[in-house]
Design a protein around this ligand. Structure first.
Ligand SMILES: C[S@@+](CC[C@H](N)C(=O)[O-])C[C@H]1O[C@@H](n2cnc3c(N)ncnc32)[C@H](O)[C@@H]1O
Length: 274
């Protein structure tokens, strides 16, 4: 009888990392344990110490509740974003690719490629493309370079993608080195550059004149990017043309709670050509 070999599946991680869920669980269990311990019988104490103990119990109880509520919300979001569950991340990445004005010939850069999901999707969609995925792969996320390379190999596009470590604030490329560039939910995360508009400028710098771009981030958060009209004017100043802006929550079908402030309320896409 012929033996079946199981094909490995890619692991694109999750925008709500497991370690964040782990942190909420740890805070819950530690504060619950300390709360329980605070009720153990102890030597006689003064009234002042007893009052302090009750204050501490109140803080621990509040921490327990906060951690439990955060865990519940984040667990649900983890499931909804998951590539094998609700697939919302996958739908958003499809949307990024759909809005890319590019014929698929030449070189494209994915800034902050995470687990390589978008870079691989682009390589599969455009069989002639040479794709570069760049990320700094910090501790905050469940992503790494080896995982990206493995995913690309599993998806059969490993030959046309390279993954490099780098900083979105200072891209290690020449001006106009790429025919197109994309970036998905990265700029607001970049700690090395507080002015997020400069990250957009840096991303556009490496796109050649006439090249396409799609950037997806919290572009409707006025405190970060200013007004949308000012942002569009800024992009025009940088040489971008045919600019369009769209609100993510208005374009993509998603559970109602994900349209809220802590998730995608200010998410938006800017795309055009340079
Ligand atoms: C929400 S994840 C998105 C990952 C990927 N773009 C996707 O759509 O799956 C944010 C990513 O930004 C990356 N990142 C954060 N700061 C960065 C920096 N300074 N340079 C490059 N990548 C960075 C993180 O490592 C992480 O992979």
């Amino acid at each position: 009888m012929e033996e079946k070999t199981e094909r490995p599946s890619p692991d694109y991680g999750n925008w709500v990392p497991k370690r964040l869920l782990g942190l909420c669980a740890a805070v819950f269990f530690i504060s619950a344990a300390l709360l329980a311990a605070s009720f153990l019988p102890c030597v006689r104490t003064s009234a002042a110490l007893r009052a302090a103990l009750w204050a501490l119990r109140a803080v621990l109880a509040a921490l327990c509740c906060l951690a439990a509520i955060s865990f519940k919300i984040l667990y649900r979001a983890h499931r909804d974003f998951s590539y094998s569950g609700g697939r919302l991340s996958d739908k958003i990445l499809d949307y990024v690719v759909e809005n890319l004005r590019w014929d698929g010939r030449g070189k494209i850069l994915d800034i902050g490629c995470g687990g390589g999901a978008l870079a691989v999707k682009i390589a599969k969609r455009f069989p002639e493309a040479e794709v570069t995925g760049l990320d700094y792969w910090g501790l905050k996320w469940d992503y790494c370079k080896e995982q990206c390379e493995k995913n690309a190999a599993i998806e059969g596009v490993g030959e046309r993608i390279k993954f490099i470590r780098g900083d979105a604030a200072e891209l290690p490329f020449k001006d106009g080195e790429f025919d197109a560039a994309v970036s998905n939910f990265v700029f607001h995360e970049v700690g090395s550059q507080p002015d997020k508009k400069l990250l957009v400028k840096e991303a556009l710098r490496v796109v050649k004149p006439g090249g396409g771009f799609v950037f997806h981030d919290l572009f409707y958060r006025a405190g970060t990017y200013g007004s949308t009209s000012a942002l569009e004017a800024y992009l025009l100043e940088l040489g971008a043309a045919d600019i369009r802006m769209k609100k993510t929550a208005g374009e993509i079908d998603m559970p109602e709670y994900l349209r809220g402030k802590i998730f995608l309320a200010t998410g938006g896409m800017i795309y055009g050509t340079k």
